[in-house]
Design a protein around this ligand. Structure first.
Ligand SMILES: C=CCCn1cc(-c2nc(Nc3ccc(C4CCNCC4)cc3)nc3[nH]ccc23)cn1
Length: 296
């Protein structure tokens, strides 16, 4: 971040918590690709002695159909979010004489939920699954309290901060619902993750808190399937509608089976039964505590 004297001089920096100078940014490795951009692991090392902090830097992918305006909106969105279950904004980094800019965020060391569950399956028990599910739910509740619709809720966009903390990330498709409406209608669906979309989002491009809740349901399916590759939502839907389907007919057939009340098959019983037992036990004990509390 710029020393205060520099920041004070340049009014445009006033609104940014911190501006990172490109000359102190040390590239380390690629972290992943999001909507319209790629994310890299960097160390911000102004002292040049490798003691600087690790940060995640999202750069705009120049060739993608995105533009600086969408990226600026994504930055404004994440900068306005302050929640333990949403990845934190740290600042921006201008480069090429302020021609291009990058978004600086906190670095979450364990990567996306998909990679984490595949790698750590043996020691993620059902209590931990329920903890992760409740944290994603709280992050979504906070987003809804700010009238945001994420529109791309999926396990690939949930990041793991520690063995007991996950956060919602990637706000490239996030929109604010107008104050006088219950939903947001997009004009250009772009590359849509339709297998996480609610039916009305596929047929009418309508997005609302309810469509985010639908996507949260698909995330729960991924979570309780340990993000197993051979039972990911896209694979299961394509098996049902026929793998030879192409392009537009995929979304039409997908909406048809959803309207016929076909749903993703429940994950194998040996995975979800203990979850319900744990969940039931937790509900029972909290009711018991309340009873004792009210007597006490
Ligand atoms: C949200 C999804 C789309 C865009 N996106 C965001 C990120 C991202 N990643 C991380 N940490 C991270 C840590 C380890 C690994 C490794 C890599 C090598 N293989 C194993 C897993 C990968 C990522 N921290 C972050 N903070 C803010 C964004 C962000 C990545 N992609």
């Amino acid at each position: 971040p710029l020393p205060d004297r520099d920041r004070a001089l340049d009014p445009s920096h006033q609104q940014d918590q911190s501006v990172y100078e490109e000359r102190h940014l040390r590239y380390i490795s690629p972290l992943g690709k999001g909507n319209f951009g790629s994310v890299e692991l960097c160390r911000y090392d102004p002292l040049g002695d490798n003691t600087g902090e690790l940060i995640a830097v999202k750069k705009l992918q120049p060739n993608k159909q995105s533009n600086l305006e969408d990226f600026q909106k994504e930055i404004n969105t994440i900068r306005s979010l302050h929640c333990d279950y949403i990845v934190k904004y740290r600042g921006v980094c201008y480069s090429m004489g302020r021609l291009s800019m990058s978004l600086v965020m906190e670095y979450l060391p364990h990567g996306s939920l998909i990679g984490y569950l595949e790698k750590n399956r043996q020691h993620v028990n059902n209590r931990r699954m329920l903890l992760f599910a409740s944290q994603i739910c709280k992050g979504l509740e906070y987003l809804q309290s700010m009238r945001y619709v994420h529109r791309d809720l999926a396990a690939r966009n949930i990041l793991v901060a520690s063995d007991t903390l996950v956060k919602i990330a990637d706000f490239g498709l996030t929109k604010i619902i107008p104050f006088d409406k219950e939903y947001y209608r997009v004009t250009h669906p772009g590359e849509s993750p339709i297998f996480w979309y609610a039916p009305e989002s596929i047929t009418e491009s309508k997005f609302s808190h309810k469509s985010d809740v639908w996507s949260f349901g698909v995330v729960l399916h991924e979570l309780f399937s340990y993000c197993e590759h051979n039972c990911n939502p896209k694979r299961l839907y394509m098996q049902e509608i026929g793998n030879d389907m192409q392009g537009l007919s995929i979304s039409m057939h997908l909406v048809d089976i959803l309207k016929d009340n076909w749903r993703l098959p429940a994950p194998p019983l040996f995975i979800i039964l203990p979850v319900f037992v744990t969940f039931h036990y937790q509900i029972e004990t909290s009711i018991q505590d309340e009873r004792e509390g009210s007597k006490g």
